[in-house]
Write a protein that binds this ligand. Sequence first.
Ligand code: HEC
Length: 104
Amino acid sequence: MKKHIVLAAVCALFLIGGSAFGAEKSSTETGKEMFNDPKLSGSANGSSCNSCHKGGKGLENAGEKKKLTKLINNCLVGNMEGEKMDGRKAPMRSLKKYVQTLNN
Ligand code: HEC
């Protein structure tokens, strides 16, 4: 009986810990959806990344940029009236992964 309680507690800790420490996975597919989302991160003026960067336009060398998070946030805030995203968290990591596939 006690064993079950201990096991349940360990599972709960694992679940809570997992999401609290950014264990959430990032993916190119999620990044692609974000790239095409006109409401991304509170974006308020109806444009998505794709409105200006259709087919990866202007992003040919973006994958090599050291400050990719900052460059993306500049567009997100300045061009889309959205909120900055945290470069360490899964959503921004997904978006960067997708942007890097647009290199050509
Ligand atoms: C209203 C048009 C517009 C929107 C919307 C927009 N961008 Fe941009 N973006 C630009 C322009 C213009 C530049 C280049 C000039 C500059 O730096 O402002 C640029 C530059 C960039 C760069 C730097 C490229 C380089 O090689 O230096 C990245 C990366 C980028 N955008 C990603 C994004 C992402 C991701 C989104 C969506 C979150 C987005 N942009 C939304 C217009 C836009």
